[in-house]
Design a protein around this ligand. Structure first.
Ligand code: MEV
Length: 300
């Protein structure tokens, strides 16, 4: 029996999460942390992950269930899907996009459906939007293509050569709830909040130039500003701030929340990752040293 295994990367945001939902520019970067998905024919639909083993299940495995529903017109019978991941669910590192893209790609290879990568990214985006209520194409696009991408133009930037240290708070971050929270504060105070969202978009513009110039110290400074604006939108938390200040205290060039916020992860860029990782661990976070990657979705 043929088994197809594919993997797709998670990502961090240098700039622009939440603002990108309103059309502002964001810069996201695939990182060397991957989700692996194996697909094989089976008598019934079976989905097995760290969240348990289920059939089609829109509560426990909503993204994979939607992937199967979307792709089952291209094959007969049922599939067994097994997932392993370096990315904690709800950690803000694009775990849902990575599992969605790796699953869609594995199904497309297994059943030779002929989907292009652009089509995989587009179907993945539609699935994220459906499950989350609202989603920008950022996570699914970056997970499909890899590299550093400026959204919404989908411009591929040069890969930064700086180590990245991620600090995980251990607390689940619900993208759906946090996107709704920002929408609600934006509706309550449009004049004030629209300016914050617009300013985040301008930081992405400046950041794009600094990435090109490889000026990581200045890039870090802008990431610090972006973090302050995310706090202003209400998506910060004490745990995230503790890890961010610990990273800055250890000399990181810059540190910010990455992804939806609330809990989840922060990201720092630095030229001495071990010290920053130690500081994050001492502040109670789970530290992960990683790097930007060119590799998007691929067959393993
Ligand atoms: C979540 O990883 C990033 C958000 O901007 C939502 C999205 O872009 O879909 C908060």
């Amino acid at each position: 029996m043929t088994i197809t295994t594919c993997s797709a990367p998670g990502k961090i945001y240098f700039f622009g999460e939440h603002a990108v939902v309103y059309g502002e520019k964001a810069i996201a970067c695939a990182v060397d942390l991957r989700t692996r998905v194996s697909v094989q024919p089976s008598n019934d639909h079976v989905i097995s992950s760290s969240l348990g083993t289920t059939g089609l299940d829109t509560v426990r495995h909503p993204y994979i269930t939607q992937c199967i529903r979307e792709m089952e017109k291209y094959f007969n019978g049922c599939v067994r899907i097994d997932i392993t991941s370096d990315l904690a669910v709800g950690s803000g590192l694009g775990s849902s996009a990575a599992v969605t893209i790796a699953t869609l790609y594995a199904l497309s290879i297994q059943f030779d459906t002929g989907h292009t990568l652009d089509e995989i990214a587009a179907i993945g985006h539609a699935i994220e939007s459906k499950v989350q209520g609202a989603a920008s194409p950022t996570d699914t696009f970056v997970s499909t293509m890899g590299g550093v991408v400026a959204i919404p133009g989908r411009k591929i930037l040069s890969l930064p050569r700086c180590p990245i240290v991620i600090g995980y708070t251990g607390r689940f971050s619900s993208t759906r709830e946090l996107v709704a929270l920002v929408r609600s504060v934006k509706e309550d105070y449009p004049v004030a909040i629209d300016q914050i969202i617009n300013t985040i978009g301008s930081l992405s513009g400046y950041g794009e130039v600094l990435i090109k110039d490889r000026d990581y110290a200045a890039l870090g400074g802008l990431m610090d500003i972006n973090h302050g604006l995310l706090d202003a939108l209400g998506v910060g938390s004490r745990e995230l701030s503790n890890l961010i200040w610990a990273a800055r205290g250890a000399g990181a060039w810059g540190a910010k929340t990455t992804g939806a916020g609330g809990g989840g992860c922060m990201v720092a860029i630095t030229d001495h990752p071990d010290e920053v990782a130690d500081a994050i661990s001492s502040a109670g976070g789970e530290a992960i040293i990683t790097s930007p990657t060119h590799e998007g979705v691929k067959v393993e």
